[in-house]
Design a binder for this molecule. Structure first.
Ligand code: DGJ
Length: 724
């Protein structure tokens, strides 16, 4: 049960497994006390024994605050580390002294205006809303904390309200700040680039600043809005791990500052680079939500918290717990070179193989025969599709397939009617070059008129044909960022206002078309974040569909995101991005760890391969509930050795599918044993591929033999079913 106990200025948030505690100092400052395994006691006096400095010193008028672990520090007194809130008042002053003013505990998780937020069933979680004030500035700061019952996560956000008669400029407003008592932690981040998204990176904390961020306009493939701190020695199964993930799709920062006394200050929130928000009298500013996960069961333990959070508290709508259609996308088969006849042939072969939906990718609108034109002109190209979108959609449906369509609504090509009519509708700064990327500019989604255009343009196509799925793409970073609609003093608000505009369009469209499955995409996985998942239950992981690369990408992605969010497709070999050959079965086994589909013309397969594909699709279909919604466990990391392995177990532990990929062949070695996890030791499992029956205990202690064929990128899968 989630509960929040408030006693003698001490706030104890806990569920059955975890506690998070802070208290107010004599001066009304929130001091962080504890975050870890559940404490039965309230612990109120204990932290005082720990400090060298007397309680009377923890107040705004001494230099001792740097020794105090805090909850939401500010600049301007004895703490000279980075503040969670930094601002410039009308008179140019920058100090902020927050003092406790009151609090409330509710059983209802409040909405965050204009932002995605985690939600809960009424009564299942508890939320603490705690108010602080700076009387001199006339500022109110409300911190929200939610503790969930079913996952070991604290959701945090902050709201700043200007109650004075003058505007203030917010220079930095973090979603959460936590001061840890020591620096004996290692930082894990998910970094990369296009086609190499979410690679796991791990290094020890050192004195000074460290962390990741994005100033690219998107949450980015460079650095996912996530960071974990783990104790040295923590691995997938044991050790303490704390996760910090931001539910946001734009510029962000996740950082640790090891300061005096070697305490580690952790902060997560909007990136303050190129950010400044003018808060007028009476206005409020709400930060995105930060989701702080805790586990003492290693990284898999932390991931399990996030997976549950995403499935139960973030993804909404018809597809939240439903099966997703196995899709066939034409992008890698045709790029822009298609017409109706060609795509119908591809779709028909997909249907024959057992697939369930055909998705038409880029190139169906304006005169877009390559990536140089037409973004923004969302009218069907009748030369390619003579029967219109409705004609194509009807024909695809007549085959017994669903029909999906690609859009890139946030963009405009300089060669487009839209740009010629509205050259000021893109992000730009006066007199500066409009930097193009992939021959396109970014529409200024901070503007209400642009958002209205985008929403109507997409809606009119969605209303014109029977469309079951939308792939919402976004293919460039933003630069230079500026808006023709905002006054000079608000230019640094553009990037955040863009994301708010995007969220409002997504909110409207997903509400207006509740039966459509939306998949987000951004040059592959450039915007793979919890914010997008609030609107779209799945996201394209990467434009790199090579099985070897995908093992790494999916492995990293799974640190935070469950397999039901990871768009993963089988594609052609040799692979487009890497030139690598990998067996068809391996490509299937790797794509099976996500929302399954194909990204190729199946007509290129010979008869044997096609028959194998039919078998594979039938296999994935037969196990689709387990694969999509089972508990995913990482067993062997491709970052650590030649073999990668993971498994998915049903919640009742009666079924599991295990996948192992040997990345590079190892000659003359003993057969590896793969010890499984998460099974019921008492149960007897039939391992279909081995035609053997083994107990859960044997499978977890002795393991499965990995008898790979020789060659690189060979894989094995095992299907475990227990009837006893
Ligand atoms: C980038 C996406 O990641 C690809 O899957 C494809 O949709 C292209 N854009 C189309 O331009």
């Amino acid at each position: 049960m989630a509960e929040i106990i408030v006693q003698d200025k001490l706030f104890h948030l806990r569920n059955a497994r975890m506690s998070y505690i802070f208290r107010l100092t004599g001066d009304g400052l929130p001091a962080h006390i504890y975050w870890g395994a559940r404490l039965e006691s309230l612990m109120s006096p204990l932290d005082r024994l720990w400090f060298e400095s007397g309680e009377e010193n923890f107040c705004h008028n001494t230099m001792e605050l740097e020794k105090l672990p805090q909850e939401y520090p500010t600049y301007g007194h004895g703490d000279l580390r980075r503040g969670a809130l930094e601002l410039t008042a009308a008179d140019g002053s920058t100090a902020v002294d927050l003092v406790y003013r009151g609090h409330a505990v509710t059983a209802e998780k409040p909405a965050l205006p204009g932002l995605p937020f985690s939600f809960d069933r009424e009564g299942a979680s508890r939320t603490l809303s705690i108010d602080y004030a700076d009387e001199l500035l006339g500022l109110k700061v409300t911190l929200l904390y939610t503790v969930f019952d079913d996952c070991d996560i604290i959701a945090r956000s902050a709201k700043v309200t200007n109650k004075s008669g003058k505007a203030v400029f917010l220079d930095r407003v973090m979603s959460a700040s936590v001061d840890l008592y020591d620096m004996d932690w290692e930082m894990i981040t998910l970094s990369g680039d296009w086609a190499r998204e979410r690679a796991i990176d791990r290094r020890p904390l050192v004195p000074g600043f460290q962390g990741v961020d994005s100033a690219r306009g998107a949450s980015s493939a460079q650095n996912n809005p996530f960071m974990a701190l783990v104790r040295p020695g923590t691995d997938e199964f044991k050790g303490e791990a704390m996760g910090f993930a931001l539910m946001y799709s734009g510029n962000h920062t996740e950082m640790a500052e090891v300061g005096l006394k070697q305490m580690a200050r952790v902060q997560i929130g909007l990136n303050d680079t190129h950010f400044r928000w003018m808060l007028e009298p009476g206005e409020s500013f709400t930060t995105p939500e930060a989701l702080l996960a805790w586990s003492d069961q290693g990284l898999n333990g932390m991931s399990a918290q996030y997976h549950r959070l995403v499935r139960e508290h973030i993804i909404r709508g018809k597809y939240a717990h439903a099966q997703r259609p196995f899709l066939l996308n034409n992008w890698e088969a045709t790029t822009f070179n298609f017409d109706e006849e060609k795509v119908l042939k591809i779709a028909a072969r997909g249907k024959e193989a057992g697939l369930e939906m055909f998705v038409l990718d880029d190139g169906w609108f304006g005169h877009r025969d390559d990536d140089h034109s037409s973004l923004g002109d969302w009218q069907v190209n009748l030369k390619k599709l003579p029967h219109g979108m409705d004609g194509l959609a009807d024909r695809v449906h007549a085959m017994g397939l669903k029909f999906g369509l690609w859009f890139e609504p946030e963009m405009v090509s300089p060669d487009s009617d839209l740009y010629r009519a509205h050259p000021d509708w893109c992000l730009h700064q006066p007199g500066r070059t409009r930097t193009e990327s992939r021959w396109q500019l970014t529409l200024d989604m901070s503007r209400a008129d642009v958002c209205e255009y985008v929403e109507n343009a997409v809606a009119s196509i969605l209303e014109s044909a029977r469309i079951d799925y939308v792939k919402w793409d976004m293919n460039r970073d933003m630069a230079p960022v500026g808006s023709a609609m905002l006054p000079p003093e608000r230019q640094a608000e553009t990037a955040h206002r863009y994301i708010l505009g995007l969220y409002s369009v997504l909110e409207h469209l997903t509400a207006r078309f509740p039966d459509i499955l939306f998949e987000s995409c951004a040059s592959g996985g450039n915007r793979f974040d919890l914010g997008m998942m609030y609107y779209m239950p799945q996201a394209w992981c990467s434009d790199n569909t090579d099985a070897g690369s995908r093992v790494m990408i999916e492995y990293g992605t799974s640190l935070v995101f469950p397999q039901s969010t990871m768009g993963a497709h089988v594609s052609h070999a040799p692979n487009w991005q890497t030139g690598r050959m990998s067996p068809l079965r391996t490509r299937v086994n790797v794509a099976m760890w996500g929302t399954f589909g194909y990204e190729m013309d199946l007509a290129e397969l010979d008869d044997n391969q096609f028959a194998e594909t039919q078998e594979d699709i039938a296999y994935v279909k037969a196990h689709r509930d387990l694969l999509l919604y089972g508990d995913s466990i990482r067993l062997k990391s491709p970052y650590a050795g030649p073999t990668a392995a993971w498994m998915v177990v049903s919640p009742d532990r009666s079924e599991a599918i295990v996948t192992a990929v040997r990345m590079t062949a190892q000659p003359n070695m003993l057969r590896e044993r793969l010890c499984l996890k998460g099974l019921d030791p008492e149960k007897i499992y039939r391992v279909e591929e081995l035609d053997a029956e083994l107990t859960g205990q044997e499978l977890m202690r002795f393991g499965l033999p990995l008898a790979f064929e020789s060659g690189d990128y060979r894989s094995l899968r095992f299907t475990l079913i227990s009837h006893k």
